[in-house]
Design a protein around this ligand. Structure first.
Ligand code: LAN
Length: 735
C-alpha cells in the first residue's frame, strides 16, 4: 500500500517497516512485503512510535503504563525521572541499544545514491520513496534549496546534492520541488560554485570535469611518515579517510557512465552550456554562502603548483604506484572496520574505488552495498544517511550511568534495561588491534562511538564506557548478577589506551583529542581544502573529551589500583587543561554539543570529581555564575547553534529541555548555592514532560566542525533523567 504525502509524493506504509539490530548493535531497516512476514515479526515499540503508527488506544495505554504504580512517597523530581525512564525503556532493543535517527548533515545521502547509480544497482522502491520524502520534507520552505545541515540556510553544496539526489532517484525535472530548487541553485551561480567535496561528487557522477577540482595528491602517502610533518597519516582520522579515496579517484579522473539522465542533469544544474565550461578556470570558485573556511594563499599556491605538476611532470607509473598504495590502505581500513569504514562519506568514496578495482560483481563490492544500509535510517520525515552508523555505545553508556546517578537503577523495573545495556557495552569493547601499517594506534580495551565493528577508538567514549561498566559491576544490587562478566585485564587495557591518548607533548598539554593524540601542527589548517568546515585537518584538544577522560579515570581509581600514580598525574594535568581552557566569562566553548552549555556541564562535572565546588574554587564559581546568568525567565536554558559558529553565547528562541538539563547538572554538581535558580530549572523540566513520560524532541543538540548541526535524539531522555535524579539526591542530602 502506498499512501500520499506532502505535495503528492508517495509514502510507504509505516506498518510494514521493521528495524533489526544485531548483537553488536548494527541496525538495518527492512520493508516487509508479505503478510506472513508481517505477522511473524511484530513491530517494535520504537518503530511504531517514531513512524507514528500507534492507535489512539495504544497511545492511551502508554500514558496509563507510564503513570501506574508511582511511589507517591518519592519526590516529584524523582518520579518525573522514573516516568522518563519508563518511556525510554520501551525504546531499548533486545541487543541493549537505544536506536536513533542520527540526522542533521545533508551531504551524506548523495554517497549512497552515487554508489548505487554508477554501479547500475537499483535501490529498492521503499527506500527510494523514503529517501525522496526526506529530501522533500527538509527542503527550505522559502527557496526550496538545502544547506549543509537541516537547519542551515540553502547553500550551493546542499542544493546541488539535494537536487541531483532527487533527479537520480527518479523525480522528474519539471516536478515543482525540482523547479524551485533549480531556481535557487541557479541563483547561486549554478553547480560550478560547489565546494571541493561537491565538485568531487559531481565529477564522479560525470556531471563535472576533474580539471575544475583542486587536486588531492595520492603521492603524499608515499612520503616517509617520520620525516614528513604533513604526512596524511598525521591528519584527523576523518579527513585522511576521505582524502584517501578522493586522491585515487582524482588521480585517474574517474567518471561514471554518461547516461541519458546524466546528460539531462548536466543541462539543468549549470547556468552555462555544459560543453562550453572552461573547467580549470573554476577550481577556486565557491559560492559565497557556502564559504565557511576560505582558502589561504598557501593553499592557492600549493593547488596551482600541483595542477602544473599533474599536467607536465606527473609520470603515469607514479600515479599507478601511488594509487596501488592508496588502495592497499583502503583495504586495511576496511579490514580494521569490518568493511564499514570510519563514516559514510569515506565509505561511499571507498566504495567507488572498490568498484573500479574489483568490479560490480565482486563479493567485496556487493558486501559494501549491503552494509551501506547500516547508515540508512528511517524516521517521521523519511529516510536519510546518518552521520555515522549510530551512537550505540555512547548512548548506552550514558543511559547506564545516569540510571545509577539518578537512583533509577535501584528500582527493579529498570534492572533488565541496565543489564542488557551493560552486556552490550561488554560486547562492544575492542578485543583486537588494527593491522600493521594502517597508521592506527593500539585499540584493545577501548570503546568506539557507535559499534565495535566500526572499530575506531574515541577517547571520551572509552572513558564513559569504562565508567559505565564499573558502575554496574561495583553496585551492590548488580555485583552478584554480573559477577565474572567483566574481563578486568581488558578493562586495564582500555585504561592503557585512554592514558596513551592524552596530549603530553608540545601541543595542548594535558588535554584529550577525539580519536588520537594530536599528531601534527594546527598550521596544517592552512591547507584545509574543504571550504565548508574549519578545524578538520588535525586533531585538536577538546574540553569535553578531556572532561570525560577525567570522569572515567577518577571513577576507575575508586575501585582499582592499576597504574595509580600515572592516573593521578594524568587527572591533574587534565584538570589543569580544563581550568586553563575556561573563558574569562566563566564559560567553556564546546565543540560536539551546543555549545557553551554542553561544555560547561562536562567541565563542572569533571571538576566535581576532584572535589572542587562553588564555595572553594574560583573556576567552578565562575562556571556556575555563567550558567546562572543565562537562565531564561521561564526557568529553563536555551542556547542556539549560532554559538558554535560565532563562538559567542547566543540564546535560542525558547528554552530547551536538553540544555536546561545540562545547565542544571553543572550547577548541581558544582554545588551552586542559590537553590532558587536550580528549583526553577527543575520545575521547567517537570513541566515539559509529556503525560506518557517523554520529552519531545526539540531539534539540534550537537554540532561538528563548528558549522554542522547534528541531532542526538536520546539526549532528551538521558540528561533530564540525570538532572532530576541528582536534584532529588541533592535535596535529600545524599549527593
Ligand atoms: C562525531 C559523533 C560523536 C562525537 C562525540 C563522541 C560526541 C565527541 O565527544 C567526539 C567526536 C565524535 C566521535 C564525532 C566526531 C565527528 C563525527 C564522526 C561526529 C560528529 C558524527 C559525524 C562526524 C563526521 C566527521 C562526519 C563527516 C564529516 C566530515 C567533516 C569529515
Amino acid at each position: 500500500m502506498q499512501c500520499s504525502d506532502r505535495l503528492g509524493f508517495p509514502k510507504t506504509d509505516p506498518a510494514r517497516w521493521r528495524l533489526y539490530s544485531d548483537e553488536l548493535g548494527a541496525t538495518q531497516w527492512k520493508y516487509l512485503t508479505s503478510d506472513k512476514e508481517l505477522d511473524e515479526n511484530p513491530q517494535s515499540f520504537y518503530v511504531k512510535y517514531i513512524l507514528q503508527n500507534m492507535t489512539p488506544e495504544e497511545l492511551d495505554q502508554l500514558v496509563r503504563e507510564t503513570n501506574s504504580n508511582i511511589d507517591e512517597s518519592r519526590s516529584q523530581s524523582f518520579n518525573t525521572a522514573v516516568k522518563g525512564g519508563r518511556f525510554l525503556k520501551k525504546f531499548q532493543e533486545p541487543s541493549g541499544i537505544f536506536p536513533m535517527q542520527y540526522k542533521g548533515p545533508m551531504f551524506m545521502t548523495i554517497g549512497y545514491i552515487v554508489v548505487n547509480y554508477i554501479s547500475n544497482n537499483e535501490i529498492e522502491d521503499s527506500t527510494k520513496i523514503e529517501l525522496i520524502r526526506y529530501l522533500v520534507n527538509t527542503a527550505h520552505p522559502v527557496d526550496g534549496g538545502w544547506g549543509l545541515h537541516e537547519v542551515d540556510k540553502s547553500t550551493c553544496f546542499g542544493t546541488s546534492l539535494g537536487y541531483i539526489s532527487l533527479r537520480l532517484l527518479g523525480v522528474p525535472a519539471d516536478n515543482p520541488v525540482c523547479v524551485k530548487a533549480r531556481k535557487t541553485l541557479h541563483s547561486f551561480g549554478g553547480a560550478i560554485n560547489n565546494p571541493h567535496w561537491g565538485k568531487a561528487w559531481l565529477s564522479v557522477l560525470n556531471l563535472f570535469n576533474w580539471d575544475g577540482v583542486n587536486p588531492a595528491p595520492a603521492e603524499l602517502w608515499l612520503t616517509p611518515y617520520k620525516y614528513n610533518p604533513i604526512h596524511p597519516g598525521k591528519w584527523w582520522v576523518h579527513t585522511r579517510a576521505i582524502y584517501q579515496p578522493l586522491s585515487y579517484l582524482c588521480a585517474i579522473k574517474y567518471q561514471g557512465p554518461e547516461t541519458k539522465l546524466i546528460k539531462e542533469i548536466r543541462s539543468e544544474i549549470f547556468i552555462k552550456d555544459f560543453d562550453s565550461i572552461q573547467w580549470s578556470k573554476h577550481r577556486n570558485d565557491v559560492c559565497g554562502v557556502d564559504l565557511y573556511y576560505p582558502h589561504t594563499t598557501v593553499l592557492d599556491i600549493a593547488n596551482f603548483a600541483m595542477v602544473q605538476y599533474n599536467k607536465y611532470i606527473r609520470p603515469k607509473w607514479l600515479v599507478k604506484y601511488a594509487n596501488k598504495k592508496v588502495y592497499e590502505l583502503i583495504k586495511k581500513e576496511m579490514f580494521n572496520t569490518g568493511g564499514l569504514c570510519i563514516a559514510p562519506v569515506s565509505y561511499a568514496f571507498n566504495a567507488c574505488v572498490v568498484l573500479i578495482e574489483e568490479g560490480a560483481d565482486s563479493e567485496l563490492f556487493k558486501n559494501m552495498l549491503r552494509d551501506f544500509k547500516d547508515v540508512l535510517f528511517h524516521g517521521p520525515q523519511g529516510m536519510t544517511v546518518m552521520g555515522t552508523n549510530g551512537g550505540q555505545v555512547w548512548d548506552a553508556s550514558f543511559v547506564v550511568q545516569y540510571f545509577f546517578m539518578s537512583g533509577l537503577a535501584e528500582l527493579d523495573e529498570f534492572e533488565d534495561l541496565i543489564i542488557r545495556s551493560f552486556k552490550f557495552l561488554l560486547r562492544s569493547q575492542f578485543t583486537t588491534d588494527c593491522i600493521d601499517g594502517s597508521f592506527r594506534d593500539k585499540r584493545t580495551g577501548a570503546f568506539p562511538y557507535s559499534t565495535k565493528t566500526q572499530g575506531y577508538t574515541v577517547s571520551d567514549c572509552t572513558a564513559e564506557g569504562i565508567k559505565a561498566l564499573i558502575m554496574v559491576s561495583q553496585h551492590p544490587k548488580y555485583a552478584e548478577k554480573v559477577k565474572g562478566l567483566i574481563d578486568e585485564q581488558l578493562l586495564f587495557k582500555g585504561i592503557d589506551v585512554l592514558l596513551s591518548l592524552q596530549n603530553l607533548g608540545n601541543f595542548h598539554y594535558g588535554s584529550f583529542a577525539t580519536y588520537e593524540k594530536i599528531r601534527a601542527t594546527p598550521l596544517l589548517e592552512k591547507i584545509n581544502p574543504a571550504e565548508v568546515f574549519g578545524n578538520i585537518m588535525v586533531e585538536y584538544p577538546y574540553v569535553e573529551c578531556t572532561d570525560s577522560a577525567v570522569l572515567g579515570l577518577t571513577f576507575f581509581t575508586k575501585y582499582y589500583d592499576y597504574r595509580h600514580e600515572e592516573i593521578q598525574f594524568s587527572i591533574s594535568k587534565a584538570i589543569d587543561y580544563i581550568c586553563g581552557a575556561q573563558n574569562p566569562d566563566g564559560s567553556w566553548y564546546g565543540c560536539w554539543g551546543v555549545c557553551f552549555t554542553y561544555a560547561g556541564m562536562f567541565a563542572l562535572e569533571a571538576l566535581s570529581t576532584v572535589k572542587r565546588s562553588y564555595n572553594d574554587d574560583p573556576v567552578v564559581r565562575k562556571g556556575c555564575d555563567f550558567f546562572a546568568s543565562r537562565q531564561m525567565p521561564s526557568g529553563g536554558w536555551g542556547e542556539s547553534m549560532k554559538s558554535s559558529e560565532t563562538h559567542t553565547y547566543v540564546d535560542s528562541e525558547r528554552p530547551l529541555v536538553v540544555q536546561t538539563a545540562w545547565a542544571l547538572i553543572g550547577l548541581i554538581l558544582g554545588k551552586y548555592p542559590n537553590k532558587q535558580i536550580i528549583d526553577n530549572g527543575i520545575k521547567f523540566l517537570i513541566a515539559q514532560q509529556q503525560p506518557n513520560g517523554e520529552w519531545v524532541s526539540e531539534g539540534i543538540e550537537g554540532v561538528f566542525n563548528h558549522s554542522c548541526a547534528i541531532e542526538y535524539p536520546n539526549y532528551r531522555f538521558a540528561f533530564p533523567i540525570k538532572a532530576l535524579g541528582l536534584y532529588d539526591r541533592m535535596c535529600k542530602g545524599t549527593l
